[in-house]
Design a protein around this ligand. Structure first.
Ligand SMILES: [Zn+2]
Length: 424
């Protein structure tokens, strides 16, 4: 673990950065990186992106296995990892049962704790049955952000003729089988779109629970939270709330709270203490959500991270991250690898002790400690993907806001090209 440290150029950098401003050995040719960025930026902008029309999904027809309390094995592990916040031990016990019921409730399914075809579909599909297996369930989905268009075809495969292009955000209704949605209503009824580029329509409960949320803006280090004109990332940002500002409102869906002047993501509101330093880096992992390990960076690094380490994140931020990752994968064919998300006190102390105050945030002062920041892959097994000008960093800067993730640093500065805050 060798790395040199570049002193932060400004106080701002330290205030909003991660605990450790890690730099690769030899990195420091900022001007060269900046130039590379310009060249790559042009190339990326000029490249046609036909990813949406080239999805090739294959799947044999398959039988969905129903599992329930008492079930054990690999399927249960898959279930547990998809539900988040559970240890994937392969044993369907009371904790798993409670999570399944909560999931069913939040997805408008029958709350019976039994994971059958409909619940598997809502969970992203039965393993091996891309798109959820043989289904007759009519669903409404929307085209994921971050692609240019989604092709409407005459049949369920990329070999069929394209008859139309759907813009991101377009809603489609139909039946998903083997990775393709057959449209059942509207002007394209009978035609097909790839289900790989469809996500759940952000939900606004028509009969929202009247629950009041009172708290304080959870972002720290001068980072503001976004206030949007509606309850979802599709709505524009109309205002910002300062770190620590008192907010109160009514929860209208799992992730959105109506406040005076607009809507704010639930993940931006800390409800246990007005003193954020009493919360920062001291959040029990039971109150956070596990990050899908499929996003983990492949390499090991201090203190003790491996490809199998469970990362944690604020649950609302985690759901937004899942949508971001779906779009990223649609664009690039792989997830945006993650080094770090939530950092606890011990980890922050580790870096502070190791690097000192000039390079590491004091424990309790980073957005990582609130579960509201993500470091995408940096210098381990290094690629240029998330450097300034890298295709990943560029895409995240351009599209992260559609999922509530924003970068605090100006392009090409000594700030971290791979660090994004969840600002709602
Ligand atoms: Zn960071």
């Amino acid at each position: 673990m060798n790395f040199t440290k570049n002193p932060p150029a400004t106080g701002r950098h330290r205030a909003v950065g991660s605990v450790a401003t890690k730099q690769r050995v030899g990195r420091g040719a900022v001007a060269v990186l900046g130039l590379t960025g310009i060249v790559m930026g042009v190339a990326a902008g000029a490249a046609p992106s036909a990813h949406a029309s080239t999805a090739a999904l294959t799947s044999a027809s398959c039988t969905v296995v129903t599992i329930y309390k008492g079930s054990t094995g690999a399927l249960v592990k898959t279930l547990q990892s998809r539900l988040r916040g559970l240890t994937a031990d392969g044993v369907f016990g009371n904790l798993t049962l409670a999570k399944v019921k909560a999931f069913q409730k939040s997805h408008g399914l029958t709350v019976d704790g039994v994971v059958g075809p409909k619940t598997w579909t809502a969970l992203g599909g039965f393993p091996g049955c891309t798109g959820g297996g043989s289904s007759t369930t009519v669903v409404t989905k929307q085209v994921v952000s971050g692609i240019d268009f989604l092709s409407v075809r005459t049949g369920p495969g990329t070999g069929y003729t394209r008859v139309a292009k759907l813009s991101p955000g377009t809603k489609v209704t139909g039946i998903i089988n083997n990775g393709w949605l057959k449209i059942t209503s509207g002007s394209y009824a009978g035609k097909y779109v790839s289900a790989a580029y469809l996500i759940d329509v952000p939900k606004v409960d028509p009969n929202p629970p009247v629950s009041t949320v009172k708290g304080w803006i959870a972002t720290t280090g001068g980072i503001t939270a976004s206030v949007r004109s509606g309850p979802g990332f599709d709505y524009g940002v109309v205002a910002h709330k300062s770190s620590g500002a008192a907010v109160s409102g009514t929860q209208v869906s799992t992730d959105w709270v109506k406040i005076s002047g607009g809507y704010i993501n639930r993940g931006e509101i800390e409800t246990t203490s007005a003193t954020l330093t009493k919360v920062n880096a001291q959040i029990p992992t039971s109150q956070l959500c596990a990050v899908n390990k499929a996003y983990n960076s492949p390499n090991s690094f201090d203190p003790g991270y491996t490809v199998n380490t469970t990362r944690y994140i604020n649950c609302s931020a985690g759901r937004a991250l899942d949508s971001l990752q779906a779009a990223y994968k649609a664009k690039f064919g792989h997830y945006a690898n993650i080094d770090l998300a939530y950092r606890d006190w011990a980890e922050q102390q580790y870096w502070y002790n190791k690097l000192g105050p000039a390079q590491a945030n004091k424990p309790g002062t980073s957005n990582h400690g609130m579960g509201l920041a993500v470091d995408f892959q940096e210098w381990h097994g290094h690629t240029t993907e998330f450097d300034w000008g890298g295709v990943g960093s560029n895409w995240l800067r351009a599209n992260g806001g559609k999922y509530g993730f924003t970068q605090p640093y100006a392009y090409g500065t000594t700030g971290e090209s791979y660090h994004f805050n969840f600002t709602g």
